[in-house]
Write a protein of this length. Sequence first.
Length: 396
Amino acid sequence: MSEASLPRTEPSAALPRTKSRRRTSSLRRIFAIARKESLHVQRDPQALYLALGMPIMLLLLFGYGVSFDMDELPVVLVDEDATPESRALSDAVFASGELRIAGTARSADAAHQIFADRDANAVLVLPRGLSESIARGEPVEVQLLVDGVEANSAAQLQGKAEAAVRAASLSLGATPAMAMSPPTETRLSTWFNPEERSQLFLVPGLAAYILAIVAVLLTALTVSREWDRSSIQQLFVTPVRTWEIVMGKLLPYFTLGVIAELIVFVTGAWVFDVPMRGDPIVLGLASLLFLLGMLGQGMLISIVAKNQMVATQMATMVSMLPSMLLSGFMFPIENMPLPLQVISNVVPARYFIHTLRGVLLRGNGFAEVWFDLLMLGGFAFVMFTIATRRFKRELA
């Protein structure tokens, strides 16, 4: 056979065809692992509840149960003047409904026992001679005793009581000087949350916390479950690359995480009227990056722990608690000690919550949250890289 009769092959055409076949084979192996993991999820109703039922329960529980809004604060009234003017003043103070009369006392000396019995959070004392001071045009001074054990309640009660007393004094004909008004007038304008509803502050943080729980706890049990069931040997002898095993095992939980995200956002908008003022594409991108980072962290925990109980404890310590305490969800990061502020820089929930509050409430776009997206993407990349390298296919 002559050289001219030999078949010719084009290397430039064969190479892309080979790469395409390799990609197709990889996808097939990944989806095969994902299908196997999906069957495990379907046979485990607890996993489905954790992924789909718990987000709704936690959102409703925290949304309704945890609130910084305080109405009808109980106050004990001590009317030492006992005149029509003092009674009119007390009626005007409690007319708004923000303060509620929890009882009366004869003197301010009973305040200690009132606070000890938790009958009220404050004692309002109208002193003797109050009506005479009003008649002579002298400044009207009342005494407010506040229980400072609960600092947040005390601060809100003090502000509401001072405003109520000042408004009540003016309604009785007292001059601004008599009502202890400051020399300058301040006009307050609250943006983004004019009603000062705590749900608008809490729900974005809840979304990050709930997604961290769902993603980390579910994936923390994937490989550790194989060790507990002694089926890890079958996984090792499977002709699948390590990164394909990791991707295949995470794919079902990624789908559950996306569904959980949608449940949280739809429930927050429907039940708590959380607005969408920013770019929804930025919100979706941040949510996916955060979800991938949490899934990678859970997979790393599962690979390192090799035991479901240990994996659950590690997931609680390194993801759930930081997501609540070091992310700005409940407490401002600026008020934390400097070491905790430094540690919070590696907590991905910090950047996700900042993005959520910016996009949902302030109307931010990519230009304002690009750094948060960069940190979320970097965290996800690091978690997947470490998890793939730590997943060694050996029984030791």
